[in-house]
Design a protein around this ligand. Structure first.
Ligand code: ADP
Length: 329
């Protein structure tokens, strides 16, 4: 790299796990213990700019217009170090990232955040990475970020111990299926237990963890087939089972991790009520209290209205299958 700064920007969307990811087979390499399947979400966007600048003595990280905390900066610097190693580069970087939705609140900011960072840092360092390589790079920071490199419907296989190159792959492009995901925000502020810590606690203490690891691939297979066949009822049923099984692991950990709030159950009840009235609407929750409801585009207005009227729902977003990561130099 010459003496002048090199910079690039990237834009990535968060994703919703339809087949849930919970548990690592290798914590050091950040490998998931179960296969997961997701839909990339067009409305939940992160934009990140990286500038390698020879005049800097240390990396400088800003997140949502403020200086990143020590912990946040450390995760970003770890990714920059991986990129620097690949590019044989010493130069420090200035990173500025904006999540256009709440950070660390169970809406997968880490997925879009590390996908955008992997792409922007690689481009700024002059690395020409395939989508697969970018996905493996993003996965080292956050397994769900590996999926956000791709648009549409995406699979991340389970990783075997020591597998350095595990990456996600696209199952179908965004136009494959005109689904909507209605995100109902039921609380504000960061989640109580971060996902990495929660997964490790489940692995070490939940009596249901082994059952979860044994059952999760079956739901992933059903969901993969349902995506191929565009079968929303089959997808929704397996997604709800996968969701409840992973929350079962979290709830039965010691100390217990309950990501739900009372209003989470109220919103779940709304979704069940819609189904009783013939709407194919299916709910999922990640490591947070928000309820995300999958339905056909033709039902989205009705589902949103029902959730907007639900006590404790503070905001809704309607999102559809979105694009993979985009880089602008
Ligand atoms: P979430 O549900 O939002 O993914 P997590 O606790 O799993 O919550 O991850 C949030 C963490 O991811 C943040 O505390 C921060 O360390 C990191 N993060 C979020 N957004 C970004 C971003 N745009 N750039 C870099 N790191 C980010």
């Amino acid at each position: 790299m010459s003496g002048r700064p090199h910079e690039a920007s990237a834009r990535a969307c968060a994703n919703i796990a339809l087949a849930k990811y919970w548990g690592k087979s290798d914590v050091k390499r950040n490998l998931p213990a179960v296969p997961s399947i997701s839909m990339t979400l067009d409305q939940l966007v992160t934009e990140t700019r990286v500038r390698f600048d020879p005049s800097l003595d240390a990396d400088n990280v800003r997140l949502d217009g403020r200086r990143a905390s020590t912990e946040e900066a450390a995760r970003v610097v770890a990714m920059l170090d991986r990129v620097r190693r690949q590019a044989r580069l010493q130069t420090r970087a200035r990173v500025s990232s904006h999540n256009h939705f709440p950070t660390a609140a169970g809406l997968a900011s880490s997925a879009s955040g590390f996908a955008a960072l992997a792409a922007a840092a690689s481009a700024a360092a002059g690395l020409r990475q395939s989508a697969r390589r970018l996905s493996a790079l993003a996965r080292a920071s956050s397994a769900s970020a590996a999926r956000s490199i791709f648009g549409g419907f995406v699979e991340l296989p389970a990783g075997k111990r020591g597998d350095a190159d595990l990456a996600a792959r696209q199952l179908a492009p965004p136009g494959h299926w005109n689904l909507r995901l209605i995100v109902a925000q039921t609380a504000t502020g960061p989640k109580k237990v971060g996902s990495t810590e929660g997964m490790e606690r489940s692995r070490k203490t939940s009596p249901y963890y082994t059952t979860w690891i044994g059952q999760a691939p079956k739901w992933a297979r059903t969901i993969k087939r349902a995506i191929k066949d565009r079968d929303l009822d089959a997808l929704g049923l397996a997604m709800e089972q996968s969701t409840l099984a992973f929350h079962c692991c979290a709830i039965t950990s010691t100390p217990s991790i309950v990501y739900w709030a009372p209003q989470t159950l109220t919103a779940l009840d709304t979704v069940r009520g819609l189904r009783e009235r013939g709407v194919s609407a299916w709910a999922t929750m990640d490591a947070g209290p928000h309820v995300k409801t999958l339905c056909d585009a033709s039902d989205a207005a009705r589902v949103r209205q029902a959730l907007d009227r639900t006590a404790g729902v503070t905001r809704t977003w309607v999102t559809k299958p979105g694009p993979g990561v985009e880089v602008h130099s």
